[in-house]
Design a protein around this ligand. Sequence first.
Ligand code: XIL
Length: 380
Amino acid sequence: MLTLPSRRSVLTGLTLAPALAVTPHGAWAVPEGEGAPLPDARNTAPSLSRAARKGGRYYGAAARADHLRQDRALRAAVLRDCDVLTPEIHLKWNSLEWRKGQFNFAPVDDLLAFSDDNGLRVRGHTLLWEQSTPDWAKRELLEQRDWRLMAEHFSRVLGRYGARINEWDVINEPIDTEAGAGSLRRNTFFRAFGPTYIERAMEEARAHAPRAHLVINDYGFEYGNPVDKARRQAFVALLRRLRAADVPLDGAGVQAHLDLSKGPIDKVGLQDMTKALIDLGLDITVTELDVKEAGGSHSTTARDQKVADETRRYLDIMLAFPEVRGVVTWGLTDKFSWLTEQVDARVRATEGVNRGLPYDESYSPKPMYWALSDTLGVSS
Ligand code: XIL
């Protein structure tokens, strides 16, 4: 049995393939035949990472370990296109510890083994997110208001992965300009510890991962509506306050879940926010790019073109800033898109899956792929 050592072996074996097996020591193993020499075509095959490197950046995607194991074409696409992987769910608190004290590290370890075997970097997503906090933790945090519960979580996750994963979305989605208090989301952490949970969480992360790149990640910055405008201002204000107080913070994560129903991207608004974040000395990562379609009865070709145009419009603005150092899409293929998870069954029956990622369901690159490749390939 061979371990899965390189991009080369996976790329060559595209048509061979039974599912991967796990060796006793947990490494990724592939059947005989996958290690055959790669045809020369590899050198001319497109690769979003290669384009991004040319532009002085990186490209990556979110993925799940179970999908990688079950889907050979997904592995091939990841290895062809990505320098970076974000675990889509496995590092979230409710995945790691759905029941108090019962830990589920296996999917993270699995994804890390795959990444190690293939030279991929991993983004740590995410230590604190209201939506992925298990109910027991919410309850205990609100009842006890004891920071040790937070400290234990940080220590457990960063103690295990803090040296291997050197970039973390420490806090995910702290902004809420509509129902928030002072634009901060009234999440469990806010309710238990007040607004300074943010400072304390960043300090806690720094204490457990002294060399890691620490990021605050949020969404809803792209469009011209009043909510997005307020969110841009609130995000800058929060990060400015943290920098002024010397709170550990290295980068800003902008999710970039684009949405065709939200009207044109607010170019000036987005530029102003990005400049303001850069002026704070932060670098910027596009952490979760995808495009939600407006729906309707358009042809697939027309839908794909709209998605690509939106991607290009967005990246043309963002990638004009050299401080935007990487782009991660929230998946690679429409086969596995969280946007489809949210699509109503009736809509899905008529319109199919959401087509907001670079590859379609059968791994043909769509116009969005080329929009990414073109824009990433230009250095700013
Ligand atoms: C999503 C995953 O894609 C889903 O599979 C999961 O059920 C819920 O979380 N913003 C984020 C991501 O920061 O963590 C979310 O990921 C998508 C929205």
